[in-house]
Design a protein around this ligand. Sequence first.
Ligand code: SIN
Length: 278
Amino acid sequence: MAIVNVAPGAGAYVTDVNLGSLSESDVAIIRESLGNHGVLFFRDQSVTPEQHIAFALRFGEININRFFKPIADYPQIAEVRKEPEQGSNIGSNWHTDHSYDQIPALGSILVAQNLPASGGDTVFANMFAAYDALTTQMKSRLRGLYATHSSRHAFGSKAYEKSEHKELIGRLGNTELATQDAIHPVVIRHPISGKQGIYVNPDFTIHINEMAKSESDALLNELYEHCQRPEFSHRFEWKEGSVAFWDNRATWHKALNDYPGQRRLMHRITVEGVALCA
Ligand code: SIN
């Protein structure tokens, strides 16, 4: 197995590996590489639902996402689907999955099932690199700050009042379960690598607790603009047999919606994480 870093950018490609038959030492290398690189990309895999579940369980318990529709017979596997006649896709804005949970998920493992002939890439951004590139003044401004994250505006019933979001009903659901808010440090220390990274994101962070709304909005917007700098990101082109395993504590991601009239179907398993510390 070899780890080929994407630099500058986000992530690493793992080559010469079969996700269906990993040794204990392979799993240890994957865990450490995930902590260091934030997202790992695998090509030419052939992963059954059982193998997908078994792979995820090597890294932790499975978090059954309460908002996503599961695939038939496997409640552990969420469907990320867009049909040809549908306009909206899931996850099109920059986000970090599950930051609205008090113990946010470690990350997700996405396995390609049906891909459009072109388009449908996923872009990942490296929150360690984004933190490292902040000025000393900004780093000290962020020290000791906490932010509130919420699922209510994203998955609650009000979210589906917007016309472009309405179309996601059926693929996403359980609006009554969108009740949870969570507070996390704005800069976290990564549980595996010990690196510092920015932990606020445009989809789920609603405000910085120690600030008035206008100051919080201004600071969040400044951070969001910074985090989107192209040198922190990598655009992953999906191919048949591709798998991506990302760490939510180290990355943002967004799914590009540039394949009108075509189908895209992915299987996603989310792995439980730990409470986050500054
Ligand atoms: C997601 O945000 O979990 C979906 C990413 C993708 O479909 O590429």
